[in-house]
Design a protein around this ligand. Structure first.
Ligand SMILES: [Zn+2]
Length: 513
């Protein structure tokens, strides 16, 4: 496995190997300061790296597997934001990088276990990975490692070492590797070709970079308050998987040599920090992993199997049976995916009864119940289950749709407007705002919100198309549409100019190659 690198994943996560080895565990780690630094790596400018990252991120947004699932996004953010804060505190994340880079996690509805850092502060995360973690700490160990590749400017340094490749070509290589990672057969065909394997070698971080990402990521993760044992258990999972098979489900394992140096590094850290038992799985985490498994396109046989498992679940108590929580959540959502509403309703009722004493878990179960009614088209039942005043993004997004559909678009707008002012890159919120404006007959604002949704997904050409439509509308509003809102029209002109400049920059980047 170490000698063979598939083009299946790029900038892959290097999860650290922490298998306990007797004897080694007693060895003290070399203090972090003694490890060699890899230099400051500012050869590729932060602006250039961000633009390259946007090119790649735009393709990820366009991919049919890209998923903005409000529940899972909120969960991942609850881990990602503390990691960013810790990296700032430690000085790993400098003000310049903080402002220049995106620091966004993009999720893919893909059952393979993968996560990767993209230039410019974008991270790709497959649902398959969320589906196998059993604690927030495990996910934090993965994200902390990837975050550190970015803060340490490993990508810029790698680009620099590829002196014959322009950033534009590297972007194309990254996209090719991403596409291949989603199709194990294509990946194998490329290996036979040999050339692609060489490309993948160029895209992998060096062993020293992996060790540095381990070291810094571990510091960031523990400073953020996560349990260091998350590193251990995550790695044990990977190690087990690598023993069982190499079937394309674990793309990063194939490209991540688990070197003896990295194993030794992490065992030393473990000896310093380990506590006797890891944090037990929380009911919320069990539901998040279940959701990720079901939304990761597992196939209809798996959905059926999960429904069957949930029907047979017999929670043990008095303490909450977290395993049954996950089983019931997966079964409910699987039934919903198959549009078996009766089954989904029956299972979610059992889930809600089980998690009722736990407020955070009860909220997630209630949102699942609301999702069932929404999908079934029962608007009043959905509305009864959603706390429309709650501050969370899932409530905001679902609540806006409920309001717009029930003739209260003005209320939806009142909630969404301040949100997009604070979160201008929330494309989904812009889309819902466009729908609310449309319901209100505010065409100009609706078209502008559609344009902003495209900007948020980095599709500047698509955005320009909408801005021009808005300008045309403002110049010649259809009869009976009332006076044109001059302030809105002038905002649209400004945003169109700004977006046009971004589009021009993209074209220039292509020419510069
Ligand atoms: Zn790595």
């Amino acid at each position: 496995m170490h000698a063979y690198r598939a083009p299946a994943a790029l900038f892959l996560i290097a999860i650290t190997l922490l298998a306990p080895v007797p004897g080694l565990a007693q060895t003290r780690a070399a203090p972090a300061a003694e490890l060699p630094s890899l230099g400051d790596g500012n050869s590729m400018g932060t602006s250039a790296e961000r633009r390259l990252g946007e090119r790649i991120a735009r393709e990820i947004y366009r991919d049919p597997d890209y998923i903005d699932d409000a529940i899972l996004v909120e969960y991942v953010q609850s881990i990602w934001q503390p990691l960013l804060a810790a990296a700032r505190q430690r000085g790993e994340l400098t003000d310049e990088l903080d402002q220049r880079f995106a620091w966004e996690v993009l999720m893919g509805a893909d059952r393979t276990i993968n996560a990767f850092a993209v230039p410019g502060g974008y991270l790709g995360l497959h649902l398959g990975l969320i589906g196998v973690v059993t604690s927030d700490d495990e996910l934090a160990s993965v994200l902390g490692h990837e975050l550190s590749h970015v803060t340490q400017r490993h990508i810029a340094r790698m680009m620099d070492s590829q002196s014959r490749q322009t950033p534009w070509m590297i972007g194309a290589m990254v996209l090719g590797a991403l596409a291949a990672s989603k199709n194990p057969d294509a990946a194998n065909a490329m290996i036979v070709g040999g050339q692609a394997a060489a490309v993948q070698n160029q895209l992998n971080f060096s062993r020293d970079m992996e060790r540095e990402a381990d070291r810094i990521g571990y510091g960031v993760m523990t400073q953020a308050g996560f349990d260091p044992l998350g590193f251990v258990s995550m790695f044990e999972k990977l190690q087990q998987a690598s023993r069982i098979s190499d079937n394309g489900s674990f793309p990063y394992l194939r490209s991540h040599p688990l070197t003896t140096e990295r194993i030794a590094d992490m065992q030393s850290r473990q000896a310093l920090d380990a506590r006797p038992t890891p944090t037990p799985q929380s009911p919320v985490q069990a539901m998040m992993a279940a959701r990720a498994r079901v939304l990761g396109n597992p196939g209809v046989d798996m959905l059926r199997a999960w429904v069957g498992e949930a029907k047979g679940a017999k929670p043990t108590g008095p303490a909450m049976d977290v395993r049954s929580v996950g089983v019931l959540y997966a079964g409910t959502l699987s039934a919903l995916r198959q549009r078996d509403f009766a089954q989904a309703r029956g299972l979610v009722a059992r889930l809600q009864a089980l998690v009722e004493p736990h407020a955070a878990a009860a909220r997630i179960a209630r949102l699942l119940a609301a999702e069932i009614e929404w999908t079934a088209g029962d608007l009043p039942a959905t509305a009864a289950l959603v706390d429309l005043q709650a501050p969370g993004r899932p409530e905001l997004l679902l609540g806006s749709q409920i309001r717009t559909r029930s003739g209260k678009a003005a209320e939806a707008i009142a909630r969404l407007q301040p949100w997009v002012a604070l979160h201008p890159r929330d494309g989904t919120a812009w889309q819902l705002l466009a729908a609310a404006y449309t319901a209100q007959g505010q065409t100009l604002r609706a078209i502008r919100a559609e344009a902003e949704a495209q900007v948020a997904r980095l599709d500047y050409a698509g955005a320009m198309d909408r801005f021009r439509a808005a300008q045309d509308w403002a110049r010649k509003p259809p009869a009976g549409s009332g006076p044109v809102d001059d302030i809105e029209a002038s905002i649209i002109d400004t945003r169109a100019r700004q977006t046009q400049a971004l589009l021009k920059q993209q074209a220039q980047d292509k020419l510069d190659k």
